[in-house]
Design a protein around this ligand. Structure first.
Ligand SMILES: *Cc1c(COP(=O)(O)O)cnc(C)c1O
Length: 372
């Protein structure tokens, strides 16, 4: 394990491999696996994650926006890349970089079709996204006729995939809702195939979908959070390993007298003799003020130490009273020893938000220096 002297986000590509193999083991060998590497690989390093996954035989990758896919192409990634939320201004780039758009409305379908014709494309692969209850993006069941008319107008586009997205796959109290989404997707698949012929890739499941509804895997699954080590349910904690750990060091120790205060607005007041440690990361690094005031704890020599007072922009203070530690010692916020799910829950949020919010000024390092 590398010795650290500053705040780092340590990326464990061995854990990524483990998670990928575990998730694959939950689906049929013939089902394709698309890994979601949007938002810098859930806040890690999309290109490093993508390279590792390609070496493991990943079938496809997904990003949210075109710029993310372009960065992967420029980094040498050649596998299919799905752009989940293409914008009108990106169509030419999507084609130039040979990415596959998820088309979700008449406006987007028509616009992309026009861009494909302008670029003299024939049979350009696209995916159609249907709304089955999330009410976020997607065509409705009743749009199938319009889609057929639009597509048939030229041979520029080929429907490679149909997808939808589950709204509550991690919540077993919402099983009925999820089953309705699955049933509706099934019906839409039938209608689209009846109207447009067989579609090679029908895909619905995200990570919690894979874990809770494997019967709905169709031809491909799309996993994000799972490959990074989180299954949205403690049942899966033993099977998954955190890919990223946010680590830092103690910059300075302070002995605090009873009645003294710590930090801005004097938000922490010592009720006795205390030892506090100042850490070199703050809300500008992605640890917001909602983690302060004693809500969250970090790990110092395996002990929980609460964040006290207000989190500053570049620093935060923790209470290390009674913990045997010194300046320069390592501190873990989340990852190894305390999951991102756990840390996020201190502030009433989820691993997704915590992970994707770690600022770019936090250095990314690799646990294994020669991962590939
Ligand atoms: C982000 C995203 C996923 C991945 O979801 P996880 O819960 O992280 O596995 C899959 N599909 C779509 C459409 C997404 O936006």
């Amino acid at each position: 394990m590398p010795d650290i002297h500053e705040t780092v986000l340590e990326i464990d590509l061995g854990a990524l491999e483990h998670n990928y193999r575990f998730l694959r083991s939950r689906i049929k060998p013939s089902t394709k696996f698309m890994a979601v590497v949007k938002a810098s690989g859930y806040g890690s390093d999309a290109l490093a994650i993508a390279n590792k996954l390609v070496s493991l035989g990943i079938d496809a990758l997904a990003v949210a926006y075109a710029s993310e896919g372009i960065a992967l192409r420029e980094g040498g990634i050649r596998c299919p890349i799905l752009v989940l939320h293409p914008q009108v201004g990106n169509f030419d780039e999507i084609i130039a970089y040979e990415m596959e758009p998820s088309l979700y409305s008449a406006r987007i379908l028509k616009g992309f079709h026009q861009a494909a014709r302008k670029a003299a494309q024939e049979g350009y692969p696209v995916h159609l996204k249907f709304n089955t209850g999330l009410n976020r993006l997607g065509f409705w069941e009743t749009d199938v006729r319009f889609i057929k008319e639009e597509i048939d107008a030229s041979g520029a586009l080929k429907i490679k995939g149909i997808l939808s997205h589950l709204g509550a796959s991690e919540d077993l109290d919402e099983k009925e809702f999820t089953q309705r989404q699955i049933a509706l997707f099934s019906k839409i698949v039938e209608e689209v195939e009846r109207s447009l012929g067989p579609i090679p890739l029908k895909h619905l499941l995200n990570t919690s979908g894979i874990l809770n509804y494997p019967e709905a895997q169709w031809d491909m699954v799309r996993s994000g959070i799972g490959v990074y080590g989180y299954g949205n349910d403690p049942r899966f904690d033993p099977e998954l390993r955190p890919v990223v750990s946010l680590k830092t060091v103690i910059s300075q120790l302070h002995r605090i007298e009873p009645g003294e205060t710590v930090g801005y607005n004097r938000a922490y007041r010592a009720d006795g003799h205390r030892t506090t440690a100042t850490l070199p990361l703050g809300h500008a690094d992605g640890i917001g003020r909602q983690y302060g005031q004693g809500k969250a704890s970090v790990l110092v020599q395996g002990n929980q130490a609460p964040i006290i007072g207000n989190v500053c922009m570049d620093m935060l203070m923790i209470d290390v009273t009674g913990i045997d530690c010194k300046e320069g010692d390592e501190v873990i916020l989340f990852g190894e020893g305390q999951s991102a799910d756990q840390f996020a829950s201190y502030a009433g949020t989820i691993s997704y938000e915590l992970l994707t919010g770690i600022a770019t000024r936090v250095k990314r390092i690799y646990k294994d220096p020669n991962p590939l």
